[in-house]
Write a protein that binds this ligand. Structure first.
Ligand SMILES: [Zn+2]
Length: 252
């Protein structure tokens, strides 16, 4: 029985070798993460068939419910949706901890994430650009006072602040702009290389970041179970495998 992942030394893999070289010190690289990173840590995959994005709520599509207009018009219903459909318990896994460790060692400059679960910060990464915001922080939209996120996800908890303002998750809703997008694109100038983990790179504008690295002549390593538009002739070093196993081969 052959187990190709069991013994990296016995089966030299050119993509792994190239990725190790591209990300070797003194290079300081940026990391871009997507849904695959979260799902390996146990967060449900909202966009999978049968997942959250394929089910309706009071006849409405999720993109309608998770919009700024719906939050304004139907705040109670909006919260019912958050609390019944978006509540999940997940902890950072070894992959998150490894990225935080690489940052402390000076090898990772910043993490840009499309995920809204707050796991990078929970794992100890410090420079995290949450391009789509986060469900791990809630605050009053009138006075800005922070509210306990776990408490806000509980059914029956008040959704109004003492000042009368509406408390909302600091997540980017449909119909809102990406506040962090400039910071996200800023990593292209700061970093020597880019490591992409668990995103099929189809949601713009974030999906353009690898392109900007390649255009600047900086290496891009993509780790995703499925082939992405950046593999093959497009110029990135692509590894179609799990994130945890691949990170161990790259950095152990
Ligand atoms: Zn308030």
């Amino acid at each position: 029985m052959t187990r190709p992942d069991a013994s990296p030394a016995a089966s030299p893999d050119p993509a792994i070798a190239a990725a190790r070289t591209a990300l070797a010190p003194p290079a300081r690289f940026a990391v871009l993460t997507g849904a695959g990173m979260s799902t390996e840590a146990g967060v449900p995959d909202f966009r999978s068939p049968g997942g959250l994005y394929s089910s309706r709520f009071h006849g409405l599509h999720p993109e309608t419910v998770l919009s700024i207009d719906y939050l304004r018009a139907e705040p109670e219903r909006f919260y019912e949706y958050l609390r019944t459909r978006l509540a999940f318990a997940a902890e950072p896994d070894d992959s998150y901890r490894m990225l935080a460790e690489l940052e402390r060692a000076g090898r990772v400059g910043a993490v840009v994430t499309q995920n809204i679960d707050g796991l990078h910060l929970a794992a100890g990464s410090r420079r995290v650009i949450e391009a789509h915001g986060t469900l791990a922080r809630f605050s009053c939209e009138s006075c800005g006072r922070a509210a306990d996120a776990a408490g806000m996800m509980r059914e029956g908890a008040p959704i109004r602040c003492g000042c009368g303002g509406l408390i909302r998750p600091e997540v980017v809703l449909y119909g809102e702009g990406l506040d962090e997008i400039e910071a996200a694109f800023g990593v292209v100038d700061e970093a020597d290389a880019l490591l992409v983990l668990g995103t099929s790179l189809q949601v713009y504008p974030i999906a353009a970041i690898p392109q900007l690295f390649l255009r600047a002549g900086k290496p891009v390593v993509v780790v995703d179970r499925e082939p992405t538009p950046y593999g093959g002739d497009a110029g990135a070093i692509e590894i179609n495998a799990g994130i945890g196993a691949t990170l161990r081969r790259l950095f152990a």
